[in-house]
Design a protein around this ligand. Structure first.
Ligand code: UDP
Ligand code: MG
Length: 310
Protein backbone atom coordinates (compact mmCIF):
# COMPACT_ATOMS: atom_id res chain seq x y z
CA UNK A 1 0.00 0.00 0.00
CA UNK A 2 1.09 3.58 -0.74
CA UNK A 3 0.13 6.56 1.45
CA UNK A 4 0.19 10.08 0.08
CA UNK A 5 0.37 12.88 2.64
CA UNK A 6 -0.94 16.25 1.53
CA UNK A 7 -0.74 19.22 3.94
CA UNK A 8 -3.54 21.67 3.26
CA UNK A 9 -3.55 25.33 4.20
CA UNK A 10 -6.12 27.36 2.27
CA UNK A 11 -5.93 25.22 -0.86
CA UNK A 12 -9.62 25.14 -1.84
CA UNK A 13 -8.81 26.16 -5.41
CA UNK A 14 -6.37 23.27 -5.87
CA UNK A 15 -8.02 20.28 -4.22
CA UNK A 16 -10.19 19.10 -7.12
CA UNK A 17 -7.40 19.26 -9.70
CA UNK A 18 -4.91 17.72 -7.28
CA UNK A 19 -7.27 14.86 -6.50
CA UNK A 20 -7.80 14.20 -10.21
CA UNK A 21 -4.11 14.12 -11.08
CA UNK A 22 -3.16 12.10 -8.01
CA UNK A 23 -5.88 9.55 -8.68
CA UNK A 24 -4.72 9.05 -12.23
CA UNK A 25 -1.14 8.45 -11.08
CA UNK A 26 -2.03 6.22 -8.14
CA UNK A 27 -4.45 4.02 -10.06
CA UNK A 28 -1.73 3.19 -12.57
CA UNK A 29 0.21 1.36 -9.83
CA UNK A 30 -2.53 -1.26 -9.42
CA UNK A 31 -1.93 -1.21 -5.69
CA UNK A 32 -4.02 -0.02 -2.81
CA UNK A 33 -3.37 3.55 -1.72
CA UNK A 34 -4.65 6.21 0.62
CA UNK A 35 -4.66 9.98 0.18
CA UNK A 36 -4.23 11.61 3.56
CA UNK A 37 -5.28 15.26 3.51
CA UNK A 38 -4.09 17.08 6.61
CA UNK A 39 -6.04 20.29 7.05
CA UNK A 40 -3.72 22.69 8.85
CA UNK A 41 -6.28 25.18 10.12
CA UNK A 42 -7.43 26.46 6.73
CA UNK A 43 -9.66 29.51 6.81
CA UNK A 44 -11.35 28.66 3.50
CA UNK A 45 -13.57 25.70 2.65
CA UNK A 46 -10.70 23.26 2.04
CA UNK A 47 -11.92 20.93 4.79
CA UNK A 48 -15.46 20.79 3.40
CA UNK A 49 -14.08 19.90 -0.04
CA UNK A 50 -11.89 17.14 1.38
CA UNK A 51 -14.75 15.73 3.46
CA UNK A 52 -16.93 15.70 0.39
CA UNK A 53 -14.29 13.67 -1.47
CA UNK A 54 -13.96 11.34 1.53
CA UNK A 55 -17.68 10.68 1.61
CA UNK A 56 -17.64 9.07 -1.84
CA UNK A 57 -14.06 7.79 -2.10
CA UNK A 58 -12.88 5.35 0.58
CA UNK A 59 -9.19 5.97 -0.18
CA UNK A 60 -9.52 9.62 0.87
CA UNK A 61 -8.60 10.11 4.53
CA UNK A 62 -8.45 13.38 6.37
CA UNK A 63 -7.00 14.77 9.56
CA UNK A 64 -8.28 18.15 10.64
CA UNK A 65 -5.86 19.87 13.00
CA UNK A 66 -7.32 22.15 15.65
CA UNK A 67 -5.51 25.22 14.27
CA UNK A 68 -2.67 26.22 11.94
CA UNK A 69 0.42 24.44 13.24
CA UNK A 70 2.56 24.92 10.14
CA UNK A 71 3.58 22.73 7.24
CA UNK A 72 6.09 20.52 9.07
CA UNK A 73 3.68 19.64 11.85
CA UNK A 74 0.89 18.97 9.36
CA UNK A 75 3.12 16.50 7.50
CA UNK A 76 4.15 14.93 10.83
CA UNK A 77 0.49 14.38 11.69
CA UNK A 78 0.12 12.50 8.42
CA UNK A 79 3.28 10.47 9.06
CA UNK A 80 1.97 9.43 12.48
CA UNK A 81 -1.09 7.83 10.94
CA UNK A 82 -0.01 6.71 7.48
CA UNK A 83 -0.30 2.96 7.06
CA UNK A 84 1.44 2.52 3.71
CA UNK A 85 4.59 0.51 2.99
CA UNK A 86 5.62 3.57 1.00
CA UNK A 87 4.76 7.12 1.94
CA UNK A 88 4.78 10.14 -0.37
CA UNK A 89 4.91 13.72 0.92
CA UNK A 90 3.59 16.22 -1.62
CA UNK A 91 2.44 19.85 -1.65
CA UNK A 92 -1.20 20.57 -2.43
CA UNK A 93 -0.58 23.47 -4.81
CA UNK A 94 0.66 21.24 -7.67
CA UNK A 95 4.14 22.74 -7.55
CA UNK A 96 5.23 19.15 -7.02
CA UNK A 97 3.90 17.28 -10.08
CA UNK A 98 1.99 14.15 -8.96
CA UNK A 99 3.14 12.39 -12.14
CA UNK A 100 6.68 12.31 -10.71
CA UNK A 101 5.48 9.83 -8.06
CA UNK A 102 5.80 7.14 -10.75
CA UNK A 103 9.53 7.96 -11.07
CA UNK A 104 9.99 8.04 -7.30
CA UNK A 105 8.29 4.66 -7.04
CA UNK A 106 10.40 3.17 -9.83
CA UNK A 107 13.59 4.29 -8.05
CA UNK A 108 12.37 2.84 -4.74
CA UNK A 109 12.15 -0.56 -6.43
CA UNK A 110 15.93 -0.44 -6.88
CA UNK A 111 16.22 -0.85 -3.13
CA UNK A 112 16.22 2.68 -1.77
CA UNK A 113 14.53 3.74 1.46
CA UNK A 114 14.26 7.40 0.45
CA UNK A 115 13.89 8.93 -3.01
CA UNK A 116 13.64 12.69 -2.88
CA UNK A 117 12.76 15.06 -5.70
CA UNK A 118 15.48 17.56 -6.52
CA UNK A 119 14.46 20.86 -8.11
CA UNK A 120 16.22 21.64 -11.37
CA UNK A 121 14.32 24.85 -12.10
CA UNK A 122 11.81 26.79 -10.04
CA UNK A 123 9.15 28.74 -11.85
CA UNK A 124 6.89 31.50 -10.63
CA UNK A 125 8.69 32.24 -7.39
CA UNK A 126 9.90 35.63 -6.31
CA UNK A 127 13.54 36.64 -6.62
CA UNK A 128 13.76 36.98 -2.83
CA UNK A 129 12.38 33.48 -2.25
CA UNK A 130 14.82 31.94 -4.71
CA UNK A 131 17.77 33.87 -3.29
CA UNK A 132 16.99 33.15 0.36
CA UNK A 133 16.41 29.47 -0.43
CA UNK A 134 19.66 29.20 -2.35
CA UNK A 135 21.72 30.91 0.34
CA UNK A 136 20.03 28.99 3.14
CA UNK A 137 20.54 25.51 1.67
CA UNK A 138 24.19 26.20 0.92
CA UNK A 139 24.81 27.66 4.34
CA UNK A 140 23.13 24.68 5.95
CA UNK A 141 25.19 22.27 3.86
CA UNK A 142 28.36 24.09 4.91
CA UNK A 143 27.74 24.06 8.65
CA UNK A 144 26.02 20.72 9.29
CA UNK A 145 27.76 17.41 9.72
CA UNK A 146 25.05 15.44 7.93
CA UNK A 147 24.51 16.00 4.22
CA UNK A 148 21.14 17.61 3.77
CA UNK A 149 20.58 17.71 -0.01
CA UNK A 150 20.44 21.19 -1.53
CA UNK A 151 17.47 22.38 -3.63
CA UNK A 152 15.05 19.82 -2.25
CA UNK A 153 11.82 20.28 -0.40
CA UNK A 154 9.84 17.60 1.34
CA UNK A 155 8.47 16.14 -1.91
CA UNK A 156 9.72 12.56 -1.70
CA UNK A 157 8.84 8.91 -1.23
CA UNK A 158 10.03 7.12 1.91
CA UNK A 159 9.71 3.56 3.09
CA UNK A 160 7.83 2.41 6.17
CA UNK A 161 11.18 1.86 7.88
CA UNK A 162 11.94 5.58 7.61
CA UNK A 163 8.43 6.50 8.76
CA UNK A 164 8.88 4.38 11.89
CA UNK A 165 12.26 6.01 12.50
CA UNK A 166 10.72 9.49 12.18
CA UNK A 167 8.07 8.55 14.73
CA UNK A 168 10.87 7.83 17.18
CA UNK A 169 12.21 11.37 16.90
CA UNK A 170 10.06 13.33 19.35
CA UNK A 171 11.57 16.77 18.74
CA UNK A 172 8.99 19.50 18.40
CA UNK A 173 10.97 21.85 16.14
CA UNK A 174 10.48 19.68 13.09
CA UNK A 175 12.84 19.88 10.13
CA UNK A 176 11.80 16.76 8.28
CA UNK A 177 14.20 16.92 5.34
CA UNK A 178 17.09 17.13 7.82
CA UNK A 179 15.69 14.38 10.02
CA UNK A 180 15.31 12.08 7.04
CA UNK A 181 18.92 12.71 5.98
CA UNK A 182 20.00 12.12 9.57
CA UNK A 183 18.18 8.78 9.70
CA UNK A 184 20.32 7.48 6.85
CA UNK A 185 19.73 4.22 4.91
CA UNK A 186 20.01 4.20 1.14
CA UNK A 187 18.84 7.49 -0.30
CA UNK A 188 18.80 8.89 -3.81
CA UNK A 189 16.96 11.47 -5.89
CA UNK A 190 15.25 12.17 -9.18
CA UNK A 191 15.32 15.62 -10.77
CA UNK A 192 12.32 17.67 -11.85
CA UNK A 193 11.31 21.15 -12.90
CA UNK A 194 9.26 22.80 -10.19
CA UNK A 195 6.28 24.53 -11.71
CA UNK A 196 4.42 27.48 -10.31
CA UNK A 197 1.60 27.29 -7.83
CA UNK A 198 -1.64 26.29 -9.59
CA UNK A 199 -3.90 28.70 -7.71
CA UNK A 200 -4.07 30.59 -4.44
CA UNK A 201 -1.11 32.12 -2.67
CA UNK A 202 1.79 30.76 -0.66
CA UNK A 203 1.14 29.85 2.96
CA UNK A 204 4.84 30.23 3.75
CA UNK A 205 5.23 33.81 4.95
CA UNK A 206 8.72 35.20 5.49
CA UNK A 207 8.09 34.82 9.21
CA UNK A 208 7.37 31.09 8.81
CA UNK A 209 10.37 30.70 6.50
CA UNK A 210 12.65 32.36 9.02
CA UNK A 211 11.45 30.12 11.84
CA UNK A 212 11.87 27.09 9.60
CA UNK A 213 15.45 28.08 8.70
CA UNK A 214 16.31 28.62 12.35
CA UNK A 215 14.78 25.27 13.28
CA UNK A 216 16.89 23.58 10.63
CA UNK A 217 20.13 25.18 11.73
CA UNK A 218 19.68 24.69 15.47
CA UNK A 219 18.43 21.13 15.07
CA UNK A 220 21.37 19.98 12.99
CA UNK A 221 24.29 22.26 13.70
CA UNK A 222 26.17 23.56 16.70
CA UNK A 223 28.14 25.86 14.45
CA UNK A 224 26.54 29.13 15.66
CA UNK A 225 27.32 28.42 19.30
CA UNK A 226 30.84 27.22 18.46
CA UNK A 227 31.36 30.37 16.43
CA UNK A 228 30.37 32.46 19.44
CA UNK A 229 32.85 30.64 21.65
CA UNK A 230 35.62 31.11 19.08
CA UNK A 231 34.82 34.80 18.76
CA UNK A 232 34.88 35.12 22.54
CA UNK A 233 38.40 33.65 22.65
CA UNK A 234 39.61 35.90 19.86
CA UNK A 235 38.22 39.04 21.50
CA UNK A 236 39.73 38.05 24.85
CA UNK A 237 43.11 37.51 23.19
CA UNK A 238 43.03 40.95 21.57
CA UNK A 239 42.01 42.49 24.91
CA UNK A 240 44.98 40.76 26.58
CA UNK A 241 47.39 42.20 24.01
CA UNK A 242 45.93 45.66 24.57
CA UNK A 243 46.42 45.37 28.34
CA UNK A 244 50.05 44.37 27.88
CA UNK A 245 50.53 47.23 25.41
CA UNK A 246 48.94 49.78 27.77
CA UNK A 247 51.18 48.67 30.63
CA UNK A 248 54.19 48.92 28.38
CA UNK A 249 53.31 52.44 27.22
CA UNK A 250 52.48 53.60 30.75
CA UNK A 251 55.52 52.25 32.60
CA UNK A 252 58.29 51.71 30.05
CA UNK A 253 57.97 54.66 27.68
CA UNK A 254 57.66 58.46 27.96
CA UNK A 255 54.72 58.66 25.54
CA UNK A 256 51.89 60.88 26.82
CA UNK A 257 48.95 58.74 28.05
CA UNK A 258 45.80 60.48 26.91
CA UNK A 259 42.50 59.76 28.70
CA UNK A 260 41.41 57.86 25.57
CA UNK A 261 37.71 58.37 25.84
CA UNK A 262 37.00 57.38 22.22
CA UNK A 263 38.81 54.08 22.29
CA UNK A 264 37.24 53.29 25.65
CA UNK A 265 33.76 53.85 24.27
CA UNK A 266 34.46 51.80 21.16
CA UNK A 267 35.82 49.00 23.33
CA UNK A 268 32.83 48.96 25.62
CA UNK A 269 30.36 49.04 22.80
CA UNK A 270 32.16 46.37 20.83
CA UNK A 271 32.27 44.04 23.80
CA UNK A 272 28.68 44.84 24.65
CA UNK A 273 27.65 43.99 21.09
CA UNK A 274 29.52 40.73 21.00
CA UNK A 275 28.05 39.72 24.34
CA UNK A 276 24.53 40.53 23.27
CA UNK A 277 24.81 38.56 20.04
CA UNK A 278 26.25 35.64 21.98
CA UNK A 279 23.44 35.75 24.48
CA UNK A 280 20.95 35.82 21.63
CA UNK A 281 22.35 32.71 20.02
CA UNK A 282 22.59 30.84 23.30
CA UNK A 283 19.03 31.93 23.95
CA UNK A 284 17.92 30.30 20.70
CA UNK A 285 19.23 26.95 21.85
CA UNK A 286 17.86 27.33 25.35
CA UNK A 287 14.44 28.20 24.03
CA UNK A 288 14.44 24.98 22.05
CA UNK A 289 15.58 22.95 25.04
CA UNK A 290 12.78 24.59 26.93
CA UNK A 291 10.23 23.59 24.32
CA UNK A 292 11.40 20.00 24.20
CA UNK A 293 11.62 19.63 27.97
CA UNK A 294 7.93 20.41 28.17
CA UNK A 295 7.13 17.34 26.06
CA UNK A 296 3.90 18.82 24.89
CA UNK A 297 2.01 16.87 22.26
CA UNK A 298 2.95 18.22 18.86
CA UNK A 299 -0.66 18.77 17.82
CA UNK A 300 -4.22 17.92 18.66
CA UNK A 301 -6.56 16.43 16.14
CA UNK A 302 -10.00 17.92 15.95
CA UNK A 303 -11.43 15.02 14.01
CA UNK A 304 -10.31 12.33 11.62
CA UNK A 305 -11.70 9.33 9.85
CA UNK A 306 -8.46 7.45 10.49
CA UNK A 307 -7.56 5.16 13.35
CA UNK A 308 -4.75 5.90 15.78
CA UNK A 309 -2.19 4.57 13.29
CA UNK A 310 -0.44 1.24 13.46
N1 UDP B 1 1.05 24.49 4.29
C1 UDP B 1 0.56 24.04 5.52
N2 UDP B 1 0.61 24.89 6.59
C2 UDP B 1 1.14 26.15 6.52
C3 UDP B 1 1.66 26.58 5.27
C4 UDP B 1 1.61 25.72 4.18
O1 UDP B 1 0.07 22.92 5.63
O2 UDP B 1 1.16 26.85 7.53
C5 UDP B 1 0.98 23.58 3.12
C6 UDP B 1 0.37 24.17 1.86
O3 UDP B 1 -1.02 24.00 1.81
C7 UDP B 1 1.07 23.39 0.77
C8 UDP B 1 2.45 23.12 1.36
O4 UDP B 1 2.30 23.26 2.78
O5 UDP B 1 0.44 22.14 0.50
C9 UDP B 1 3.51 24.07 0.84
O6 UDP B 1 3.14 25.40 1.14
P1 UDP B 1 3.26 26.60 0.10
O7 UDP B 1 2.95 26.14 -1.29
O8 UDP B 1 2.39 27.70 0.61
O9 UDP B 1 4.78 26.99 0.26
P2 UDP B 1 5.80 27.39 -0.91
O10 UDP B 1 5.65 26.40 -2.02
O11 UDP B 1 5.42 28.76 -1.32
O12 UDP B 1 7.13 27.32 -0.26
MG1 MG C 1 3.95 25.99 -2.97
Amino acid sequence: MISVIIPIYNEALNIALLYGRLTEVMQAFRQSYELIFVNDGSADNSLALVKELASSHPEVKYIDLSRNFGHQVAVSAGLDRAEGDYVVIIDADLQDPPELIADLYAKMQEGYEVVYAKRKARKGESFMKLLTAKVFYRLLAAITSISIPVDTGDFRMISRKVVLALRQMPETSKFLRGQISWIGYKQTYVEYDRSERNAGKTGYTYKKMFKFALDGITAFSNFPIKFVTATGFLVSFIAFLMIVFSFYVRYFTDLPTEPGWASLMVGIMFLGGVQLISLGIIGEYISRINTDVKKRPLYFVQESNLGEGK
